[in-house]
Design a protein around this ligand. Structure first.
Ligand SMILES: Nc1nc2c(ncn2[C@@H]2O[C@H](COP(=O)(O)OP(=O)(O)O)[C@@H](O)[C@H]2O)c(=O)[nH]1
Ligand SMILES: [Mg+2]
Length: 337
């Protein structure tokens, strides 16, 4: 009989320690070695699965008629949001996650409208903003699921780290008597295969591995830095009123040089653990000579998005140079708020 790891969904095997699902003794284990180490020692290791395998899982969902929950992380909201439109025609609820990270002062209805405008998928029947961490809107989400489901299965899809497994665990905890938990972590690709969780006779949740966004900073930094850039609490934005000739430094990861424009307001939305400071354009510029840089003409009320790290809100149109120490995508969007 095939046995799957209850943490990541990999088929358990005792042949190859370098492959997913490895464990010494299959009969006596529920978890693979990788999940066991992640859960008990916080010891992360990357899987060698590639995006094609993940895309195949998504294509198989398309062969069903089941309801899909499409999870989008509100904080790392990015250009990739329409990626599933190519693969999925299922009826879909758009679930915006991690509301607790964004400032409380943001209005939910504005966020909702903004994300709806970004996503052009015609199969979206409803949208909801949640926080699995803070139990925000989970009862409403459950009602939506029962309202829109087409059969007994509901699939959770979305980018890796959008919060799928955390949401499944919260639903298990809040709405069932089970104590089983799926592995979650701040590393990409924690869940490796589909995991089916039966909630009752009418409803089975299916957690899936996330789609990897190659543009995200998370692919280019080490575990220590991933921990540092991942916000755990509500972000305290930092605003700088500066003239051209000044720079804003985001730790040793990114630097924004204000090249040209009137006195302007720049608000940085990144994890509170990162040092953000202001200096002159020429100060320590040599430190950045090996960084990549992008020149942008920024329109009024825009965000400069550093995919996976956060964004900088700019009020007036201007010219900037953005330095970054890896291959993360940087782009301009209409201001989210
Ligand atoms: N602040 C906050 N963090 C969350 C929330 N949901 C998930 N996370 C974190 O996001 C990271 C990825 O979560 P996970 O469930 O493994 O994402 P998955 O790859 O989509 O399954 C973990 O570090 C979680 O603790 C939430 O509602 N609020
Ligand atoms: Mg997961």
């Amino acid at each position: 009989m095939i046995k799957k790891c209850s943490g990541c969904g990999s088929i358990l095997q005792n042949n190859n320690p370098d492959k997913d699902g490895y464990v010494k003794d299959i009969d006596s284990s529920k978890l693979c070695m990788r999940c066991f180490k992640m859960i008990n020692y916080g010891d992360y290791s990357l899987s060698n699965k590639n995006s094609d395998e993940f895309i195949n899982i998504i294509k198989n969902i398309n062969k069903t008629n089941s309801l899909v929950l499409y999870l989008v992380d509100l904080f790392t909201l990015n250009n990739n949001i329409n990626i599933i439109n190519k693969y999925l025609n299922n009826r879909t609820i758009l679930v915006m996650t991690k509301r607790d990270i964004l400032p409380k002062s943001f209005k939910d209805n504005k966020l909702d409208l903004y994300v709806k405008n970004l996503n052009t998928n015609k199969n979206i029947v409803d949208t909801i903003i949640i926080s699995a961490k803070k139990d925000y809107n989970l009862d409403r989400l459950m009602n939506m699921i029962y309202k829109y489901k087409t059969d007994n299965k509901v699939y959770l899809v979305g980018e890796t780290n959008s919060g799928k497994s955390t949401l499944v665990n919260k639903i298990i905890k809040n709405y069932t008597d089970s104590e089983d938990m799926i592995t979650t972590s701040l590393m990409p690709s924690t869940t490796l295969d589909t995991i089916e969780i039966k909630l009752d006779d009418e409803l089975m949740l299916v957690d899936t591995p996330g789609i990897i966004n190659k543009n995200s900073i998370i692919n280019y930094i080490d575990v220590k830095t991933i921990k540092k850039i991942t916000p755990k609490n509500e972000i305290k934005p930092k605003t700088f009123q500066i003239k051209s000739g000044k720079s804003i430094i985001i730790d040793d990861i990114a630097r924004l040089n204000y090249i040209n424009g009137d006195k302007n307001s720049f608000t940085v939305y990144v994890s509170n653990n990162l040092e953000v400071e202001q200096m002159n354009n020429e100060t320590r510029i040599d430190n950045y000579k090996d960084y990549m840089y992008y020149d942008f003409n920024v329109p009024n009320n825009s965000d400069i998005v550093i995919t996976g790290l956060g964004y900088i809100k700019v009020i007036k149109s201007c010219k900037v140079r953005l330095y970054i120490n890896n291959n993360t995508e940087v782009y301009i969007r209409d201001s989210i708020i």
